[in-house]
Design a protein around this ligand. Structure first.
Ligand code: SF4
Ligand code: SF4
Ligand code: FES
Length: 245
């Protein structure tokens, strides 16, 4: 069924994760409506049935990245996921994002995810001071075009929850942090390229990626972290051959 299509059953059985890691699914019934999103369903449960249900959202329009959950077994941004796309006729299972500690119900602790952005040197290091003129990046330059898509990341964690290597290797930096590193490696205004390549070249970095593309398949912004990681692999190997790592 497509968003906006006629709703064929009046209510939906919704299984929602409750508690922390040792929790369980609780079933609610929610009235269906046209154009209903998964986030609408969670909000309905919290407002109409159980105000203790914990979940996270902010923008509701696909910009903030805070509403990601596992819906019928797959990580998704819930504010832009229509029930009709994922629930079939009448069933929905909603769980917190995978590979992160559960705080409560549908809320995960994202600190480990963003710590990895810091470990991948995901912070911009300026070469200029406020006394300098604006640093201009030529839109058609090859380094800028290499990150046209990657800079649109909203930090939602969907790719991280979809990545099997994250599950096997808790140290692995993961697709989002590596995608961020790739944007900065290509930023002519940044001063920390060598330091950043060293940070992503280790055992937990880009070479741990198995290139099976779950991150790219699941990214709701249609970005390609796998391609960014492939770029880091090339850049780190080239730096090593030059004796810079
Ligand atoms: S391509 Fe790499 S980062 Fe993406 S899901 Fe696969 S192993 Fe993880
Ligand atoms: S790469 Fe895509 S899935 Fe991963 S955090 Fe960024 S927007 Fe979300
Ligand atoms: S609530 Fe902001 S991306 Fe979904």
């Amino acid at each position: 069924m497509h968003p906006g299509a006629a709703v064929t059953s009046e209510t939906l059985a919704v299984e929602v994760w409750r508690g922390a890691a040792a929790g369980r699914f609780q079933t609610f019934r929610v009235t269906r409506s046209a154009n209903q999103t998964v986030l609408d369903v969670v909000t309905n449960i919290q407002r109409e049935q159980d105000p203790t249900l914990a979940y996270r959202f902010a923008c509701r329009v696909g910009m903030c990245g805070s509403c990601a959950m596992v819906v019928n077994g797959r990580p998704r941004w819930t504010c832009r996921t229509h029930v009709a796309e994922v629930a079939g006729e009448d069933r929905l299972e909603i769980a917190p994002l995978a590979h992160l500690p559960i705080v409560r119900d549908l809320v995960t602790d994202m600190s480990g995810f963003f710590d990895k952005w810091a470990r991948a040197k995901g912070q911009f290091q300026p070469t200029k001071t406020r006394g300098d003129d604006f640093a201009r990046v030529e839109p058609a330059s090859a380094p800028r075009r290499a990150v046209d898509a990657a800079i649109e990341c909203i930090g939602c964690g969907v790719c991280y929850a979809a990545c099997d290597v994250v599950a096997w290797n808790v140290e692995y930096l993961g697709p989002a942090a590596l995608n961020r590193a790739w944007t900065l490696v290509n930023d002519a205004r940044d001063a920390a390229r060598g330091e950043r390549l060293a940070a992503v070249a280790g055992d937990a970095g880009c070479h741990a990626c198995h290139t099976h593309e779950s991150c790219t398949e699941r990214c709701p912004k249609h970005l390609a972290p796998t391609a960014s990681i492939a770029g880091l692999k090339r850049a780190t190997v080239a730096a090593a051959l030059r004796g810079e790592l």
